[in-house]
Design a protein around this ligand. Structure first.
Ligand code: FRU
Length: 493
């Protein structure tokens, strides 16, 4: 049975299908079919295809009544839109179907777990949104909300847990076939906590433990949690809100953070060993991972920053993009991320250069807006240069610039001249592992974004840009001299 609200959303989609010309969207990053997108949801592999749902308001390019948009792909890069999957159409989710996740049931159905939001007037007369966890079951196209919804309510919260901040369930199967989910909550100290729930059948859930909490140390509320084993470690990913800057590791506002450690399933206790930022760029939030059939742990995120959500003037029909899917690994206590290997299949014309760089130069064949380019800088005979600059998406008035100073080992991304006419954050710096001036930058560009993978994925830096597509120049500049190697591929989608 399709509700009126879902029907309306699907009819709206049909009406606007194809309305946005392909070349006005990212080429290989998922953007909403129409309207607004935020968090990736339900990232999973189901019946031969990758499924990626997303927080979605089809009717506007602003956040609004949250639906779940839906797309599928065979290679994580070419996405095909499916009809809107969930609409806020019940008493328990009428104010929004917030973020959640998906997996396949034994009987072949697809199970979605999401946050149902409904408005409530509090005792003091203030309106707030009550959040509960809900299930829906479907065939990869149509989903029926579970008659027992909501499955997790304030009754399943630990003492002091807030019923107004209880969201973003990430579900998985344990080796014994049982189900587990990690859910974000706010504790009585006003900051985040992460709750682990367990279920035998995927529908009846019980609180197992609080796996970690913020204690007001890393921002406030922790959103969009995820938890998985990787290379012998337990990883928890979360997106803290309201952070204060901490050196160059965390910036003001919404961040993403990984916690690495060990987890004891018996006691439900997680012991942190290290933590850090997941992405050091401007636009990156609300990560979600999935385990691919070949064993890879693959992560996506919303390639946007809540505080920088200003409507670009040149693009009035869609807003929001998902990052390139990234393969995760753990190395020396750090989270390593690289674009999925499928991207190599998109590689077209290759251009390769190896030169001594001693001023500013462009290189034959090195330009474009949809490309995969690796730039390696190596000092000549230990003679460390002062500063290296890579300018991208360059036109007569525009460019995005990445600067590296080996003396401080600080890398900076600056998109101040990248087409935005808003006074929001346009620069971000990070400390890179010191390697006597050597640095490798893999730059993935799409029409409206730049993602940089530093030193084989030790750090990532993501940002959206709004530069006209004609601004497709690339140049290299150095103060001092160094060897410059450039390996550039056009990406053919
Ligand atoms: C994160 C978030 C989630 C919530 C969703 C609502 O960006 O705030 O916590 O489920 O967005 O759209």
């Amino acid at each position: 049975m399709i509700s009126e609200k879902l029907k309306k959303a699907r009819e709206y989609e049909e009406k606007y299908a194809g309305y946005i010309p392909e070349e006005e969207r990212p080429a290989y990053h998922l953007s909403p079919m129409i309207g607004w997108m935020n968090d990736p949801n339900g990232f999973s592999y189901y019946q031969g295809k990758y499924h990626l749902f997303y927080q979605y308001n089809p009717y506007d390019i602003k956040w609004g009544p949250m639906h779940w948009g839906h797309a599928v792909s065979e290679d994580l890069l070419h996405w095909e839109y499916l009809p809107c999957a969930l609409a806020p159409d019940t008493q328990y989710d009428g104010a929004g179907c917030f973020s959640g996740s998906a997996l396949e049931l034994e009987d072949g159905r697809q199970l979605l777990m999401y946050t149902g939001v409904r408005e409530e007037v509090k005792e003091n007369g203030v309106r707030d949104t009550l959040q509960t966890q809900c299930m829906a079951v479907g065939d990869g196209l149509n989903y029926e909300k579970y008659e027992g919804n909501p499955v997790l309510t304030e009754e399943n919260l630990p003492q002091g847990g807030s019923r107004y901040d209880f969201r973003d369930p990430k579900i998985w199967r344990e080796k014994d076939g049982s189900f587990a989910a990690i859910v974000a909550n706010r504790s009585d100290d006003e900051s985040g906590s992460l709750l682990l729930y367990r279920s035998e059948d995927g529908f009846q859930w019980k609180l197992a433990s609080m796996v970690d909490r913020c204690y007001n140390e890393f921002g406030k509320m922790w959103e969009c949690p995820d938890m998985f084993e990787l290379d012998g470690k337990t990883l928890i990913l979360t997106s803290p809100q309201d952070m204060c800057r901490s050196g160059l590791e965390f910036h003001n506002g919404n961040n993403t953070m990984y916690l690495m450690g060990t987890f004891d399933p018996k006691s439900g206790e997680f012991v942190r060993e290290s933590l850090g930022s997941i992405d050091y760029g401007i636009d990156f939030y609300a990560t979600q991972t999935m385990l691919a059939p070949d064993g890879r742990r693959i992560m996506v995120a919303w390639m946007q920053n809540w505080d920088a959500c200003v409507t670009p003037v040149n693009n009035p029909r869609w807003f929001g993009q998902i990052t390139v899917p990234r393969e995760l690994r753990v190395k020396d206590g750090r989270l390593i991320q690289n674009p999925v290997r499928e991207i190599e299949k998109l590689r077209g014309r290759r251009v390769h250069h190896n030169i001594v760089l001693c001023n500013e130069t462009t290189l034959q064949g090195v330009y474009g807006r949809v490309m995969d380019m690796t730039v390696t800088i190596t000092p000549v005979k230990g003679d460390v240069y002062e500063r290296f600059r890579l300018k991208l998406a360059q036109g007569s008035r525009h460019y995005t610039v990445i600067t590296y100073k080996p003396l401080t080992s600080v890398l900076k991304l600056d998109r101040s001249n990248s087409g935005s006419c808003r006074d929001v954050v346009h620069e971000r710096s990070l400390v890179v592992r010191r390697q006597e001036g050597k640095i490798r930058l893999r730059v993935l560009m799409d029409r409206y974004s730049i993602e940089v993978f530093v030193n084989d994925g030790e750090q990532a830096v993501s940002a959206t840009i709004y530069t006209p597509q004609t601004a497709n120049g690339v140049s290299f500049e150095i103060v001092g001299q160094a060897m410059l190697e450039v390996d550039k591929y056009d990406l053919c989608v």
